[in-house]
Design a binder for this molecule. Structure first.
Ligand code: UDP
Ligand code: MG
Length: 331
């Protein structure tokens, strides 16, 4: 009798020990000046996440907001013990804010969602349904994007198409970071300590079973975008330099092409001078060609510089972010 009961009991004990910290679902929400969104966001998030499980955690990462966001987040954590905040010492950027959440979250499944309600929380049950079907990554693909200017739409479209062409990794077109990922993916992401984060690329690179659902992206309900053109450009360059060496190949090819061209021009000038006895006059051609080559050289140095700067950042290897305070106690 005892030899049946004891092993069974110890198995149950081990199960509970191993699963003590397991949470069904973690939601990571980067926050940068979102004081007006937070109330509605919280309502809609909890309503939808509760449809899946009551064993969840909401991790809000305050990325150096200068408005009342932090105060609001702290209020939320007082309301429910499943709410957590991480407060950065300054603004480190959206990708880093999400990374901080990924570093600590404990869920078997993890959702990354923007705070501005452009990613509707109502999609969460649908994402989870696909996850239950056995996919490790379920991302939300933007079918339509409302309320975004033509410039943003055009640049986003061009960027994703270029990225698709020049990378060997299949990074899904027209998707942001709104997605559900399995714990497995998170464990591997934690092993990728790159300084210039491009999470959607890293997740695509990891493989496993990935699928998507389509949705119409709403316009931002409150506040302003935290991604002005400068940040967008930096992000796009991070995406390209993280996943492709093609720009380096391109400048090399350009260099070879221009060298051949100038060699021919030299031959032609010498031929004109010594054989035809005409010295070609022309200040215009001289200045144009000098500027042309100068431009190409500068572009090439710039492209190489982008890659060198990545190496530099990664060798300095500073911590990705500094947490000023948090109420997250797990691990
Ligand atoms: N965000 C952030 N840090 C930043 C910029 C943005 O944490 O430096 C957050 C922001 O609060 C939002 C999400 O990242 O939850 C997406 O930002 P935003 O909506 O401004 O970008 P867009 O949708 O305009 O590309
Ligand atoms: Mg937005």
């Amino acid at each position: 009798m005892l030899c049946v009961v004891l092993p069974a009991l110890s198995k149950i004990f081990i199960y509970f020990m191993e699963n003590e910290h397991i949470i069904d679902l973690s939601v990571i929400i980067p926050i940068f000046n979102e004081q007006d969104s937070i109330d509605e966001l919280y309502k809609r998030l909890t309503a939808n996440v509760s449809l899946i499980t009551s064993n969840y955690e909401l991790i809000f990462v305050n990325d150096g907001s200068s408005d009342n966001s932090l105060y609001k987040l702290i209020e939320l954590t007082k309301q429910d013990s499943r709410n957590y905040y991480i407060n950065f010492s300054r603004n480190f950027g959206h990708q880093i804010a999400v990374t901080a959440g990924l570093d600590i979250c404990a869920g078997s499944a993890v959702i990354i969602i923007d705070a501005d309600l452009q990613d509707p929380p109502e999609l969460i049950p649908e994402l989870h349904k696909k996850y239950k079907e056995g996919y490790e990554v379920v991302y939300a693909k933007r079918a339509k994007r409302k309320g975004e200017g033509w410039f943003k739409l055009l640049t986003a479209k061009v960027f994703y198409r270029i990225l698709e062409r020049i990378t060997s990794v299949k990074i899904p077109v027209d998707t942001g970071d709104f997605r559900l990922v399995d714990k497995k993916i998170i464990e591997y992401l934690r092993l990728m300590p790159e300084q210039n984060k491009f999470l959607r690329g890293q997740i695509a690179w990891l493989g496993f079973r990935q699928t998507y659902i389509e949705y119409d992206r709403d316009s931002r309900k409150y506040g302003q975008t935290g991604y002005p053109f400068k940040k967008m450009l930096r992000f796009a360059l991070d995406g390209i330099t993280s996943f492709s060496d093609k720009p380096l190949a391109l400048v090399t090819q350009m260099g070879i092409f221009v060298s051949i061209l100038s060699f021919l021009a030299i031959l032609y000038t010498l031929y004109g001078h010594y054989v035809l006895k005409i010295t070609i006059t022309g200040w215009t051609s001289l200045i144009i060609s000098t500027m042309f080559f100068g431009g190409i050289q500068l572009i090439s140095v710039g492209v190489i510089g982008l890659y060198v700067s990545r190496i530099n950042k990664n060798t300095i290897n500073r911590p990705l972010y500094i947490v000023e305070n948090t109420n997250y106690k797990r691990n």
